[in-house]
Ligand binder design. Sequence first.
Ligand code: 6SD
Length: 264
Amino acid sequence: MTLQVDVVTIFPEYLAPLGVSLLGKAQERGLLDVRLHDLRTWTGDIHRTVDDSPYGGGPGMVMKPEPWGRALDAVVAAGGPAPAPRLLVPTPSGRPFTQEMALELAAEPWLAFACGRYEGIDSRVLEHAGDRMRVDEVSLGDYVLAGGEVAVLVVVEAVARLLPGVLGNAESHRDDSFAPGGMEGLLEGPVYTRPPVWEGREVPAVLQSGDHKRIARWRRDGALRRTAQRRPDLLAGLAERLDDRDRAVLEQAGFDCPPGAVAT
Ligand code: 6SD
């Protein structure tokens, strides 16, 4: 099965990285089919205008609805009788994009992306699109980009690496930090490779011991400490999954452990 991805943007060249590395290979193997579209194809004037001043005043410009309406019509029509794609629209005011959403999107056959620029797209475009397809406005995080293109790179990469056959066995996504049941919502701890000493710094002896049980425990300790330090919000949801050793490690790291379930 191929995941088809259509991207409408005024800067198709911004999406060139989708043809490189992992995603380039996925496209060569027929697992992913990315189609880029220049919004200006669907403008109607000599200047190929895509923006206009905002109603109600204020700074900047807003993307005009007509080119967007025609672009989305054309993308949907190119699918013939296929059900319309899910439409994703990056915006700082969207729902947070998460690993859970990436997993959900990886199960779809067809995704379309609308890249805003300037102050965004006239709101009627997404309202209208919502009459014939599922539309989700998504945010990567609480910072402001110049347009949706970089967010599309992020979302497509996060989704495509979950498609069967895109990652090899060695690089499986099963134990990703945010995979359900993978790292159990903990951040990955530190990792090392050869040489065993570099710039006077040694690889921790436990990793060279061959004792797989001790190594697993050491890694979990590192993941717990790092999560407590950098993302204490992630630990709050984990109370029920912490064993006594986990709690000891966290207390020692100066973290006030969330209480576990009370035995009945
Ligand atoms: C004007 C955009 C589209 C501007 C964005 C998304 C996130 N998480 N930050 N910034 C963004 C998306 C900004 O078009």
